[in-house]
Design a protein around this ligand. Structure first.
Ligand code: C5P
Length: 237
């Protein structure tokens, strides 16, 4: 799992996913499965992806009382995916419970999935955070303190914008993982993302892994788009 390019499978059916993956002719990818696909297709779908050799980031963003999250993670651990996540806003006790649930649920002899936390969603603006979530201060300071709390709670990393990675590195250890969406090749449509970076900029900012959706999934030539992302992502090493 070294510095992956994680392809966001934002499709609404199994047929659409596998017709997209067919372009890659059996190449093993690192893919992100979100709520829509998991809630409609369930664990069997994950099995099919694993059977095809793909690594999986299961992006369900758990956020509930510690006991509930503990038991949910215990169940998810049996899926043997590579990365799972929670909201850091659930607090330290919830994050610790998530990790313990994963440890208890991971079959013996297997590796537990990496556990990362969402600091603030990239759809949250500072104004919204202050006025609706009632969190005072700047978005940057909140992201920094949530990342630090995440590491202190024993988690492996965070999901964040590449632009936040340098801030996070100020307060977290070098081995703390930063998984960053909001990636576009030059000339791509931004879509609903506001602050985007290229794969090269993400690497230079210190991202550990990048999540890339529409740049690859909506391309007329997905394999070429993937290769272009890969070239930039590794060239800046
Ligand atoms: O198509 P695009 O590259 O923008 O897709 C990014 C993926 O990363 C989507 O699945 C989106 O839900 C996810 N994501 C994000 N921002 C976050 C967390 C997850 O864009 N903060």
């Amino acid at each position: 799992m070294d510095r992956p390019i994680i392809v966001a499978l934002d499709f609404n059916s199994e047929e659409a996913v596998f017709s997209f993956l067919q372009h890659f002719h059996g190449k093993r990818l690192f893919v992100k499965v979100g709520m829509e696909l998991f809630y409609s297709l369930g664990p069997n779908f994950l099995e099919k992806l694993k059977d095809a050799g793909h690594h999986i980031f299961l992006d369900l963003k758990l956020h509930d009382i510690p006991n509930t999250v503990h038991h949910a993670m215990k169940v998810l651990a049996k899926q043997q995916v590579d990365i799972v996540n929670v909201h850091a806003a659930g607090g330290s006790k919830m994050m610790k419970a998530a990790r313990e649930g994963l440890e208890v649920g991971t079959p013996s002899g297997q590796k537990r999935p990496a556990l990362i936390a969402v600091t603030q969603l990239t759809s949250t603006s500072e104004t919204m955070m202050n006025s609706e979530l009632r969190i005072a201060g700047s978005l940057k300071d909140t992201v920094k303190s949530y990342a630090s709390l995440t590491e202190q709670s024993g988690l492996d990393g965070v999901v964040c914008s590449p632009l936040e990675v340098p801030l996070i590195k100020e307060v977290c250890s070098p081995s703390f993982l930063t998984v960053t969406p909001g990636i576009r090749l030059l000339g791509d449509e931004k879509g609903d993302q506001t602050r985007v970076t290229t794969p090269k900029q993400a690497r230079e900012l210190g991202s550990w892994g990048i999540v890339v959706g529409r740049t690859i999934t909506k391309s007329e030539t997905p394999v070429l788009a993937y290769e272009n992302v890969k070239k930039e992502w590794s060239e800046s090493e």
